[in-house]
Design a protein around this ligand. Sequence first.
Ligand SMILES: Cc1cc2nc3c(=O)[nH]c(=O)nc-3n(C[C@H](O)[C@H](O)[C@H](O)COP(=O)(O)OP(=O)(O)OC[C@H]3O[C@@H](n4cnc5c(N)ncnc54)[C@H](O)[C@@H]3O)c2cc1C
Length: 387
Amino acid sequence: MIKTAPDQHQDIRDAVRALCAGFPAAYHRQTDAQRGYPEAFVDALTKAGWLAALIPQQYGGSGLSLTQASVIMEEINRSGGNSGACHGQMYNMGTLLRHGSSAQKALYLPKIASGEWRLQSMGVTEPGSGSDTTRISTTAVKKGDRYLVNGQKVWISRVQHSDWMILLARTTALAEVRKKSEGMSIFMVDLAQAERNGMTVRPIANMVNHETNELFFENLEIPAENLIGQEGQGFKYILDGLNAERALIAAECIGDGYWFLDRVTSYVSERAVFGRPIGQNQGVQFPIADAFIEVEAANLMRYKACELFDAGQPCGAQANMAKYLAAKASWEAANACIQFHGAFGFANDYDVERKFRETRLYQVAPISTNLIYAYIAEHVLGLPRSF
Ligand SMILES: Cc1cc2nc3c(=O)[nH]c(=O)nc-3n(C[C@H](O)[C@H](O)[C@H](O)COP(=O)(O)OP(=O)(O)OC[C@H]3O[C@@H](n4cnc5c(N)ncnc54)[C@H](O)[C@@H]3O)c2cc1C
């Protein structure tokens, strides 16, 4: 394993690494080949309490900081696993924690912390609106003590391995609101109940083993008590949770980055062509060194974002920049890794092609690189809003 600067979280690293060691490369490779769900792995992480890291102790969670939680995600990916199968369970509940009523928190959080309930899904993206979330057309109309939901979502992940989903829908038409970010609300949706009562799930086959779906709603009834916070404020509530999500995804990418760097440095040190290890050639060394520098730099921004978040300070710029830098760095490390494995980079048994596919996702989802540029241009540099 390549040497990285020591940090204060070695105890968490060691414990997560020990758990992950029980799920070797062959386990993740087989799960990927079968397009399966790493049920045993996610169960083990849940039972050990790692996915409840951000739930306060009063609700049965571990009450860890975002910095510590990010180390958990980093170690999962660094071990060769993919946090994408379970990261929603760690951060989706943040919306409930910040904006739910005390009754909602008392009902949901202890069961999420224990793993009895999975809140792995968040339904935001729609085919007609894409990144322009304010233009979603799924509606929730109040009828007595229920809301009636109609519309469609796309790319909604882990629905088959979740008990609950947080759903964003319009409760006031776009034409009737003062600001386009108003008039949207979020709801807790009981997924098993919804599938019997107006929600259709259609899986989307995709490049990674990332369980994701189209959802269709036809008069889906949601009890009014499942509304989180105030009606019309849902978009703001979702935005409030994004900084933590960005920092955690950055940590996953950093874990991937170190995994690629571990693999490629060891391979190029051993593989001999033209009578010497290929790693002796500067043409091979330099892209690897370049990727290492980028991963290390991204890591600093990830810690900066987490530190600000944990201190209750604004961290939108740092969380977005960490996600941007880490996704780019892991992709550069992935490219160097596959390139210098030559043909073996394409062999399933080496795991490089699987991790290569997995890490590519993070320049598109959960937020694309261009949208981060737009955020920095507008909110940090004060340039005119571009959309
Ligand atoms: C595997 C996977 C899992 C996902 N899971 C979930 C989930 O669980 N829940 C959920 O709600 N969503 C999920 N998503 C959706 C994801 O969040 C979106 O794909 C992402 O936000 C981009 O939206 P889009 O695909 O509609 O791209 P579009 O908005 O159509 O954009 C396409 C491209 O154009 C660029 N672009 C768009 N507008 C501009 C502009 N003004 N300036 C410059 N560039 C622009 C974008 O950056 C992007 O690269 C998932 C996606 C994937 C692939």
